[in-house]
Structure formats: C-alpha cells, structure tokens
Design a protein around this ligand. Structure first.
Ligand code: SF4
Length: 367
C-alpha cells in the first residue's frame, strides 16, 4: 500500500510510521526520521499547508510532502507563539522558502527587513554571517540560526586580523567588504557592499584605488565596470567559482535560445558569457522583467526552484551547484531551534557597533 493510499483510506498518515516502521521504499528512506507523535499528516495539516504545496509541487513529490507538511504546520504554529519571524535566503530549499519563511531575499534585504520587524525572535535560515548581520542591525532581538555550523567559504577566507594587515600594507586605501563576511571583518572595514551596489560603493569612495574584499571574482567583475583600480583578496565562493565559461558555451551550443544569467561571484570569463549578471535579487527582477522562454541561472541550485513559482511560463534549465552550508538548514532543525530556543547568535557589542557603522555607511549612501 502506498503512503498516499494510506492517507486516502484512513484520513491520517503518521510520519512516525516511516521512522519506526518498515524499512520503506527508497523515497521513504530519504525522509528525516521524525520522532514526535504530534507530527502527523492529518487533514488539518494538509489543508493548512495546501497553499504552500501548490508552489512547490513541481519539485516535491506528494509522498515527500506528507513528511514535510507536519513540520511546516508545527513551525508556523510555534513561530506565532514565540513572536518570531523566519528569514529565508534565496538559496533555501523550496519547502523552507515557500512553507515557513516570512521574509525572503538576499542577505542584506533580509537583515534590513529584520531590523524593521516588531518580532522579538528572528530565525535566520541562511548561513552564520547572515545571522550576525541581523544581530548587528537588530541588537535587541534574539537571533537564532538552526545550525551553528552553517558557514561560508567566502566569509571564512578572511579574518579581522587579515584586514588590519591589509590596512598596514595599503595606507590610505579605503577597504570595502562584501557583506559575506564575519562581524569581525566588517568591524575593521570602512564600508560594506553587496553584489548589487558594489560598483556604486567603489565609486563613492572618491579615490583612484580601493580594496574590495574578500571575493576576488566580485572584485574583478567590478574592476571591469569602473575606472577605479580595484585591489582584492584571495577569497572565493566555492559554489560560484565552479562554473566555467566552457560549460556555458556548451549549454548555448545545445540550446542557442537559452538566456544565461550569472551571479557576479562567478569568475569574470563566466560573467562575460552571460546575457546578464547581477545579485540574486537582480536576477529575479531580470527574469520578471524579461520573461524569457528559457533561462539558466548560474548560481546556487535552489534559486531557480524558488523563483519558478512566481514566474509562470518561464522554463528553468538547472546547472546544479549546491551550497553545502546553506543546505545544513532543514525544517527539522528550524523546528528544533524554535522549540528549544537554541542556536542564539551573539556578537560582541564593541565589534557590533563598529560593524554596524560599516553596514550603515553603505545603507546611507545616496543613489
Ligand atoms: S553560496 Fe557561496 S557565498 Fe553563499 S553561503 Fe554558500 S559558499 Fe558562501
């Protein structure tokens, strides 16, 4: 008997049956074992999560939704009791993005929205530097991250001490940090930037030379768009640096009609092959504005799944590079951290004050 048949016949399908019962099918084995008796796929859960499922049904089979929906239901109930909001980065899996998130977007959008919310608790579904940025901008709020080990190859490529050394070696050169860095690094820099506004921030420094750290590829792409001499550091994103120009040319040879849009954390030769390059939020805007028949997003795998629900008629071709750090965040861990109020992110006050100054200088830049 299939699980969907069980639901149809009895009106209730206990997720625990999969964890504690038979060995199950390969599909069933993929489910996270759930030990809580309250997490059952009841008609109430099915009805409450139907709208979310409508958005993800192309990526999540019904049998898998039967295991995820009780978690979605429990999280949405508990977050109200905790006066919490859930922030989800564009790279979260669709069950999180469409099922439990209150605010979605890129890292800075999330932090800015977090500062505006009246909620006392923020659950940051993303990586650690994002949770730190939320704490920096909302020091009075409790910031939780469902997995403390959700790191980032880019953020971990540089420390505050490295920045102090760079400053000694480059006296008088403004240091701009990409937001994908720790609070310690932000605290040592003059100003932050995002992939959306990096060129604007570089030019706003009013110098003929700047240091833009730590992403060597973002810096190289910005350098190609400005007369300012952009120096950099040896950091990179392990997801975006894996794409190659040759791979993009091969995709185009197979399908000349496909539109290719790339994130500026990709190497410059990859960006040069793309029809458009921009931050995750700019990529979404580009697809909505241009409604291409077929588009390939050269960025983390979940982006296309998450955007697809709001761009009907666009066919996404998915060259899949997953971020292992982002994928540490799961519905089970989100529920656990809300139940236990665990995974609180703390930033030293002095560091937070200096890091906030760097973030706010960017936010306050005139357009
Ligand atoms: S996608 Fe790249 S920059 Fe983003 S969290 Fe993962 S490793 Fe870091």
């Amino acid at each position: 008997m299939s699980t969907s048949t069980v639901y149809a016949e009895t009106g209730e399908f206990a997720v625990n049956d999969l964890a504690a019962g038979s060995e199950g099918t390969p599909d069933q084995k993929r489910f996270t074992p759930v030990q809580r008796p309250e997490l059952a796929y009841t008609p109430e859960v099915a009805a409450a999560t139907a709208e979310a499922y409508e958005k993800v049904k192309d990526f999540i089979p019904a049998i898998e939704w039967a295991a995820l929906a009780p978690l979605v239901f429990a999280i949405n109930k508990l977050k109200k009791e905790r006066n919490a909001v859930i922030l989800a980065h564009n790279y979260m899996t669709p069950d999180i993005f469409h099922g439990v998130a209150d605010i979605v977007g890129d890292s800075l959008q999330l932090a800015k929205e977090a500062a505006k919310t009246e909620a006392e608790v923020i659950v940051q579904c993303g990586v650690h530097f994002m949770a730190e940025t939320s704490k920096i901008l909302s020091p009075e709020k409790t910031i939780l991250i469902p997995d403390m080990n959700a790191g980032c190859s880019l953020a971990e490529s540089i420390t505050g001490e490295d920045v102090r050394k760079l400053r000694e070696d480059n006296p008088g050169v403004p240091i701009i940090t990409y937001v994908n860095t720790s609070a310690d690094v932000k605290a040592e820099c003059d100003i932050c930037c995002t992939s959306s506004n990096a060129v604007q921030v570089v030019e706003a420094m009013g110098t003929d030379k700047v240091l833009l750290i730590p992403d060597q590829y973002l810096a190289a792409n910005v350098n190609n768009q400005t007369d300012v001499d952009v120096l950099t550091y040896a950091g990179s994103c392990e997801v975006h640096e894996r794409f190659t120009a040759e791979e993009l040319r091969e995709y185009r040879d197979i399908d000349p009609d496909v539109k290719i849009i790339a994130h500026p954390e990709c190497p410059p030769e990859v960006v040069a092959e793309a029809d458009f390059a921009g931050s995750t939020s700019h990529m979404i805007d580009w697809v909505k504005d241009n409604s291409p028949e077929k588009v390939m997003m050269i960025t983390e795998c979940s982006m296309a799944d998450n955007v697809a629900a709001s761009t009907p008629g666009v066919n996404y071709i998915r060259p899949c590079n997953l971020c292992p750090h982002m994928k540490r965040i799961t519905l089970t861990k989100i529920l656990d951290c809300l139940v236990d109020m665990s995974g609180e992110v703390i930033v030293d006050e002095g560091v937070a004050d200096r890091a906030r100054a760097a973030v706010e200088r960017m936010i306050n830049l005139k357009n």
